[in-house]
Design a protein around this ligand. Structure first.
Ligand SMILES: Cc1cc2nc3c(=O)[nH]c(=O)nc-3n(C[C@H](O)[C@H](O)[C@H](O)COP(=O)(O)OP(=O)(O)OC[C@H]3O[C@@H](n4cnc5c(N)ncnc54)[C@H](O)[C@@H]3O)c2cc1C
Length: 451
């Protein structure tokens, strides 16, 4: 009897084994790793996820979890195993003043569409809203409001999960906290998130967005640090951009909410900063329009076809003291020269004391920076992609030697030693949680952690 027949006979579960389905789940946004599963299950309930895991565990069949499919390096894939495609688990609501329960397969744009009519929003959103709730909560989730509110995962009040052992559990900071903290930012290692109860806050009617430009990285970072510490803005991000003369210029994107009647006081907000005053760009947007700002980029990149090209992305978290030296070294590296013509380099500050999820690794010190190198490769050039991934490794090693850590949503192969180093003193507890909750070690193998 085949696997599919056995699952149907025992549990009535219908495994999709059509070649086009298998090919789709052997892909992700990275378009670099391709691991073909034996079948894909689209569960309609936590019970079905539990049945699948009870079946797969003792047989040692790998189980990958797919939400929005935006992994960069096969993290959600399951070569020779089963992919759980959670997109059909996408119920949202009801929305109250301060919280909403959402199923893990819902996309963040669907969550926002459900909360905004009530004037509510999750306190932190990632830049792109096309990822799924489960995918972002299992990574952590960084965004421009992070310097105030921490991670997207820090906004979770309660989780409904199915552990790797097939147990259906509800956990929160007050109920089974060990499981709760092993799941948030836990790279899908211990359990499959079925749904999450999320904190909501009042959404502003409008926002004013300032783009502040700097010729000098030192000044840009000093202002970013100051703005994060003073909490002057609701949202802070930034970019490293090419300048005409083979050099770079630096941009801080600072956003202030307002009600549409009394616009913010520009002079007070920008007082004492070291940006070029002649180059300030200011824009007023409805909050929803601002939250969806990456949609236009997605449309353009889909039209050019680049959305489906390989994406050897690298996200690093740099400690304040060495941020400048790492940024300078990476942008001067010929292996990253393509960033001048294509792709995007993000650079923005976060505050460690605002982050709560214990499994989320960050550098020591209060202020640190996300440095995201978002590159696109030509299709059908595997040797170029391999060279870009090798450059990611070299940049990671250099940054790590200067106190940085990876934000592990990357096209970055990590060795066993890298993972242990990544979790440091928390490795033993993480490995212990993994063995208890996923005793057959079948979940999330695509991340490359070995316990
Ligand atoms: C265009 C773009 C922009 C991005 N911008 C940001 C950003 O601003 N900030 C940021 O922090 N990240 C950002 N990311 C990274 C993104 O948040 C992560 O890659 C996220 O994991 C994608 O989720 P997904 O559901 O789409 O991906 P998937 O590939 O479906 O899942 C990703 C991983 O999450 C795990 N997972 C998925 N669902 C569950 C579940 N229900 N339970 C347990 N584990 C699960 C899977 O095992 C898989 O390893 C961006 C990615 C892209 C492609």
């Amino acid at each position: 009897m085949t696997l599919a027949h056995e699952l149907t006979a025992r549990f009535g579960l219908a495994l999709d084994t059509r070649p086009e389905t298998l090919a789709a789940c052997a892909q992700d946004f990275g378009h670099i790793v391709r691991e073909t599963p034996l079948g894909v299950l689209r569960p309609r309930s936590a019970a079905e996820i539990g049945q699948l895991l009870e079946f797969a565990g003792p047989r040692g069949i790998p189980v990958g979890v797919r939400g929005g499919g935006h992994s960069l390096y096969g993290q959600g894939q399951a070569g020779g195993g089963i992919v759980l495609d959670l997109r059909a688990l996408n119920r949202i609501g009801p929305v109250t003043d301060d919280q909403v329960t959402v199923q893990a397969g819902a996309l963040w744009r669907e969550v926002l569409a459900a909360t905004l009519p009530y004037g509510r929003t999750p306190p932190v959103l990632t830049d792109y809203l096309g990822a799924a709730v489960g995918g972002v909560l299992s990574s952590g989730g960084l965004g421009g409001a992070g310097h105030r509110h921490g991670l997207v995962a820090d906004q979770v009040l309660e989780l409904e999960v199915v552990t790797g052992a097939g147990e259906h559990r509800v956990c929160s900071p007050g109920r089974d906290p060990e499981l709760f903290h092993a799941v948030l930012a836990g790279l899908g290692q211990c359990a499959v998130i079925v749904s999450a109860r999320l904190r909501l806050v009042r959404a502003p009617a409008r926002v004013r967005r300032y783009c502040l430009y700097y010729a000098d990285l030192t000044r840009c970072l000093a202002d970013q640090r100051r703005l994060a510490e003073e909490q002057r803005f609701a949202y802070l991000e930034g970019q490293v951009r090419p300048a005409d003369d083979e050099g770079r210029r630096y941009m801080t994107e600072a956003v202030a909410p307002h009600d549409g009647f009394r616009p913010p006081d520009d002079a007070a907000l920008l007082d004492g900063l070291a940006h070029d005053p002649a180059a300030v760009e200011t824009e007023d947007l409805a909050y929803g329009e601002f939250a969806h700002r990456v949609d236009t980029d997605e449309e353009v990149l889909r039209e050019t076809g680049e959305w489906l090209h390989p994406h050897p992305w690298l996200n690093l978290l740099l400690p304040h003291d060495n941020a400048e030296s790492v940024v300078r070294a990476v942008v001067a590296d010929p292996a990253f020269r393509d960033l001048r013509d294509r792709g995007l380099a993000l650079l923005y500050p976060l505050l460690s004391s605002r982050l709560r999820a214990p499994l989320f690794s960050r550098p020591s010190g209060e202020v640190f920076y996300l440095f995201a190198l978002l590159r696109t490769a030509e299709p059908d050039r595997p040797e170029t992609v391999a060279a870009m991934v090798a450059a990611n490794r070299a940049a990671y090693r250099l940054a790590r030697s200067r106190g940085a850590v990876a934000y592990p949503v990357n096209a970055l192969p990590m060795t066993d030693a890298d993972w242990r180093d990544h979790y440091g003193g928390r490795w033993a507890a993480f490995a212990d949680a993994k063995r208890r909750h996923d005793p057959h070690l079948v979940l999330g193998r695509g991340h490359g952690l070995r316990f």
